[in-house]
Design a protein around this ligand. Sequence first.
Ligand code: B1M
Length: 222
Amino acid sequence: MSTILEQISKCIEFGKINLASPYPPDMKEQEGADELTKKAIDEGIDPNAILDEALIPAMAIVGNKFSKNEIFVPQMLMSAKAMGASMEHIRPFFQSGAAKRKGVFVVGTVAGDLHDIGKNLVAMMVEGGGWEVIDLGVDVASAKFEESINQHPGCIIGLSALLTTTMTNMGTTVKELKAKYPETQILIGGAPVTTEFCEQIGANFYSPDPQGAVNFLNTIAS
Ligand code: B1M
């Protein structure tokens, strides 16, 4: 791996967004993911290499640390922001088709539910894992997921719910989507959700955290 990719990777792992960002203190006044990714592209490094050799491994480290309680939501958000700064530079190459992604992941918080912090973390980790992410936001009804499935055949659906009351809407969404698109893979998560609930409503997979979501998606992509 070239030095600049290692540097980008470190910026993402430790949440160094750009030169102006004071966080983390021991990287103060150093270039961040923003400047370094631009530099890498200007030097002619393939955006696929930036994604595969810097962003994906860094976000995997972040996800695993989070799963093991070695870092917490604030650090993860900083890493996600650094990754977002990097993605700003490489996203145009994916949109033009000059670089490839693993597939399309459509994610949303289910109908009636406005909680999006966990869902956003999942979306950012999955994007950092090499997937195109379509984030439908919060309070998303089944019909909106159906539209996305029609627009992106073969996409994977991700549902988040934080309330015991909206978990039932998750069940309804899974039932409606599976009735029309039985082959569609549906991943679910959120604080009150469990593996038992996943089996009960007929979703394909439950993950308690973003890294588990990335790992599940990778089993589909491989
Ligand atoms: Co609300 N809220 N809230 N709230 N809120 C909870 C969830 C609650 C547990 C607080 C409590 O009473 N102790 C409680 C739910 C109780 C229950 O259902 N049993 C609750 C309630 C009751 C409510 C209201 C009804 C309050 C009211 O108005 N009376 C109301 C409902 C609004 C609505 O949705 N219709 C409400 C509103 C809000 C705010 C808007 C104020 C705000 C949300 C802001 C936002 O999201 N933009 C809010 C917040 C912040 C919380 C708490 C404090 C924090 C939730 C959070 O973001 N956690 C929460 C209490 C708590 O958890 N301490 C609470 C951090 C986040 C990183 O974790 O979302 O679990 P989490 O995501 C994790 C995993 O679950 C997983 O990955 C993430 C990272 O590990 N994950 C997935 C999540 N989605 C996934 C999807 C996947 C895979 C993994 O695949 C697709």
